[in-house]
Each structure stands twice: as C-alpha cells, then as structure tokens.
Design a protein around this ligand. Sequence first.
Ligand code: GLA
Length: 384
Amino acid sequence: MNAILTRIAAIYKDSFQSNPRYYFSPGRINLIGEHIDYNDGFVLPAAIDKGIYYAVGRNETKEIHFCAADQNEWYSVAIPAIQKMNGWKNYVLSVVQEFVLLKINIGGLDCVFGGDIPSGSGMSSSAAVEGGLAYAINDLFQCGLSPKEMALLCQRAEHHFPNVKCGIMDQYANMLGKKNQVILLDCKNITHEYFPLQLGDYSIVMINSKVHHLLASGEYNVRRQQCEEGLAIIKNELNLHSFRDISSMDILESCKHLMSTLVFNRCQFVVEEIARTKKAAALLQNNELNGLGALLYQSHEGLSHLYEVSCPELDYLVSLAQVQPAVLGARMMGGGFGGCTINIVKTAAANSFIESITTAYQNKFNIVAEAYIVTPGDGTKRVE
Ligand code: GLA
C-alpha cells in the first residue's frame, strides 16, 4: 500500500466502524488547449499518477462524516441539511448534492481523503476531490452512472457550491484518463479519442511556481463572461454560433470594430488556441515534437498577453525554459495566476534543467519551486 493510502486507511480505522473501500482519483496535466474547454475547443489533457486517495464506507444512516486528512479537518452533516459552506467542504458537499438533485437515493457515508496534488498547482486537485467522491458514491450505492455522466455531475458540482464556472476538461480527464495515453477531448460534442503520448527522448516536467494569486477563481468567471460577450457579437454579426466556426483571424477581424479591445483580445486568443490545439494533436501523432514545442510557447504568449491569466512568476519560468536547448516548449498550465508550467524536456537533461530553473527562480523571487516528472495514468478507479 502506498504511504498516503496507508495513512488514510489508519485514520478511517481509528474513527469509524464501517468497512471502507479505497479509491484513487488523479490530477491532470494539459498539453495544450487552455481556457478553451468552455469555448467549444479541443483540449489535450491526461490524468497523472498524483491524486487524491479516498477511503469510503456506507454507515447505514443519513449522515455523512468527512475527514480531510491533509488539513486534519472534520465535518459531519445529514444529507437533507447539506448547504453551501467554504473551502474543501464545498467540493465534497456539492458532489453529494448533485446526486440528491438527480433524485438518486443515497445513504450515509464515512469518508477520509487526502493526497499529493499540491493545491493551487493547476493540476486540478479540485476535480480529483470531486471525482473520487462521485466514483465512490456511484460504486457503493450502485447508482449506475457512466464515467462521462460522473464527469458531468462533477462539473455541475464545481459550478454550484464552489461557484467556479469551469469547463469539462478537468473532470473528464479525471474520470476517463488512461495510462500512457493523452485524451483529445472535443469539448463541444463531449467526445474523445485517446492516443499514446510518445515523447521518445523527452519527458514532461512540471515546475510548480508555488504561487497562487487570489484572483484566480473570480477572474476565471470573468474570462468566461468576456468570451460570451464576444461570441454574442459574432453570432449577431456573422451568424456563427461557436468559436470553432471561426476558421480564420480575418473572420474575427471583421467584428473587431464592434468589440472592446479587451473582448477582442480574449476572442483572438480563443480562436488561435483552438487552431493550435488541433495542430498540436496532429504533430504529436506524427512525432513532430519540435513543432509541438513551438506551439506551447505560442500558447503561453497568448495566455499571458491576450487572455491575461499568467503572472510574473509563470512568465519568468517560461522565459527560463525558452533559453535552454534541452527544452522543446513550455507554457503556463491550468486556470493560471500561479500554479505550474508544463515543459517538454530532453530526459537526459531533465535533472540539470530542474536544478538551473529552480535556482534562478529562487534567486529572483525567493521562492523554492518544486518539480515533478509526470506520465499519463489511469482515471479514477477503485484500488485495493
Ligand atoms: C481550470 C478549469 C478547466 C479549464 C482550465 C483552463 O482548470 O477547471 O475547466 O478551463 O482551468 O484551461
């Protein structure tokens, strides 16, 4: 048993009489396709081997007892009394509430969870918390939801109590991830295909800036609104109903005079990022890694200057990567305003890359960055 699971199992045993089942619910990376899952785009995520472990058992009451092991916090509530709270409680309670809203008859639970995804790292610890609990409830009460239905349930859960109007990428990768595969997810039709992540001599290295600027979730919803505002103008003017239908920047330019510069910049990023992601999927399938790397840098430029979801720390980490010959491409990853950069780095040079980038970063910001080498793993599953 791994160390986290052992710790969680011990807390469970000390606290509850019921018999638990164990689950692993992963975080995710995203190669490219940022902030376009809620804009009808394609994204290229994968589940990873970092995540949240759950021990969950039925207690045959109407009460749910939660222990967030990493925070050493406890919370109990009767299912009919569930309401919006704060912090981690919102994520788990909102998931339970979604089962209630579906009129699925679930009973009480004892539940301990904890993991190794640094919160605020942009690797979606929130989707991992949601997905693990949804999967456990579905399993323990035999609700019969498919992985896709559970992903959608978790997305709705994140919209409700936590009030983050996220797209579907994180919850989908969390549920449907597959070892050694990336997911090409079509966020308009909510369909996907897998293909192997074959990076040859290269590895994916995450550099965690260890900053998480507070505006993150508020600004996220603002970006979403700005895109909706732009799309409404495009619909009105051109009768195009999705960012996906804008096949060139010339088409978007024809609406420029009707939009504020800010809204135009957001739309430009979205149109370009959708095109980049389609291109990236083709390059990856043909093993054209240099081209893929260049797209990552372009994506970062757009995220930083047009979409404005980066921050000085992330920009600096990407600029450090850019001058290293062993790096093919790098960009900020996830919602932004902190968290990780994703870097495609020659495996043989990964350690020296990590050493030099973390030293330079510490010299500038006085923060000790963390680094992780990640590979695609399975989606949420029961473990023994
Ligand atoms: C967060 C959201 C996702 C996605 C990313 C940005 O992780 O949960 O839906 O929008 O930001 O790509």
